[in-house]
Design a protein. Structure first.
Length: 392
């Protein structure tokens, strides 16, 4: 993706160019000073100095906007704004009323570069300076009404943008922290479970190994019994560990829905997903296989479909064979599934569903590709055709 997200700095040259382009669009309002330099009838020396002054103003304005939020103190920003305001005042007094528009940019820079508590003071101060100079510069009074409103609106609009950026950054950092805490908690839970599973078994194995060692060579029969017990305990411990690992590896629909949202957004696909699913009465195996189906479908959408929109639905239905939970994933892309090997593609997914008594349908539709996975549930009959997580 070449665009720059809110609160994110440009990471490469292309993103920097995009940000510069969006910033440069607003410089179109400098057409009045440019027109004055070209058609204002100034002498050559004044025109040259005017171009230099305008270029210096634009450069300082751009630096102030691009450097915002990189650790500068409020004092440094205020000093930079003072320089920018001085440039606007000098150019307006020396070259005429067309240059009063520069104060609009000073107000915008104030809103973008300063916290709200300071911007609420500097923006009116810039407006006051604009008013004063408009009354001094010949003909400036006629421009005053057309410049004051943009100065106020532009300045305070940028304070809102600044606060939005700060909030977005804080939210992104909070999400990263929550993810890290969740990962740490999961590691601790895994450590506790493995300790509970293996602690007793390993202690028993150690004890019986010591007993077997002491019984040899005088009591080989008793030593053999201890070795047999060690084998039995070891096998049971292995079974317990496999069951624990299988539980940790089992995907959950809520987690897969969140992952699908992230994956589709990152791929530039407009995602329509259900809210947190209500899985009351749905067996864990059924939920797990639907989660695998969702993961496979989203992977195909992101990698192969070229879609712009993807709709995911979870619906309880009552069928002749009993209640089912239906997952459908439909996109508007031109590609389908890149059929993978068993266990990875649709073939493996079909096998997973069949083991739980479910079914899979996948194929082209009028505008794209659609995958439908169904599993039987223990939901009551009155849940028919009820969207999961809809809040109905």
């Amino acid at each position: 993706m070449s665009s720059v997200g809110i609160g994110q700095r440009p990471q490469n040259r292309k993103q920097k160019m995009v940000k510069a382009l969006w910033t440069g669009i607003w410089l179109v309002y400098l057409s009045a000073p440019v027109s004055d330099l070209v058609h204002g009838g100034h002498s050559t020396g004044v025109v040259v100095l005017g171009w230099i002054g305008l270029a210096a103003f634009v450069a300082w304005y751009g630096v102030l906007l691009f450097r915002t939020g990189r650790g500068e103190t409020n004092g440094l920003v205020l000093g930079s704004l003072a320089v920018l305001g001085t440039q606007a005042a000098v150019l307006s007094l020396t070259l005429g009323r067309e240059w009063l528009v520069l104060f609009v940019y000073v107000a915008i820079a104030s809103g973008a570069a300063l916290p709200l508590r300071l911007a609420r003071l500097t923006i009116p101060a810039v407006a006051a300076a604009l008013t004063t100079l408009a009354l001094i510069v010949p003909g400036g009074k006629a421009y005053l009404a057309g410049l004051l409103i943009p100065a106020f609106l532009g300045g305070f609009a940028m304070t809102g943008v600044r606060e939005l950026v700060r909030t977005t950054i804080a939210l992104r950092e909070a999400r990263a922290t929550v993810a890290q805490l969740a990962a740490n908690e999961e590691r601790l839970r895994l450590a506790r479970d493995l300790h509970d599973l293996l602690g007793h078994s390993l202690s028993l194995i150690t004890l019986k190994s010591e007993l077997a060692g002491r019984m040899l060579p005088d009591h080989p029969d008793k030593a053999a019994q201890q070795v047999a017990d060690i084998e039995q305990v070891s096998r049971q411990a292995l079974v317990d560990v496999r069951e624990a690992v299988t539980g940790y590896r089992r995907p959950r629909l809520s987690g897969e829905l969140a992952g699908a949202q992230v994956a589709l957004t990152a791929a530039g696909v407009t995602a329509e997903l259900p809210a947190e699913p209500d899985l009351t009465g749905v067996p864990e195996e059924s939920e797990s296989v639907l989660a695998w189906a969702l993961r496979e479908a989203i992977t195909n959408v992101v990698r192969h479909s070229g879609a712009r929109r993807c709709v995911v639905e979870l619906v309880h239905r009552q069928t002749l064979d009993g209640p089912v939970l239906e997952l459908s994933v439909e996109d508007d892309g031109s590609g389908g599934s890149a059929g993978g090997t068993a266990g990875n593609g649709l073939t493996g997914l079909t096998e997973r569903l069949e083991k739980t008594g479910g079914t899979l349908e996948a194929g082209r539709v009028k505008r794209g590709f659609r995958l439908v996975a169904r599993v039987s549930t223990g939901a009551p009959a009155d849940a028919a055709d009820h969207p999961v997580g809809s809040g109905a």
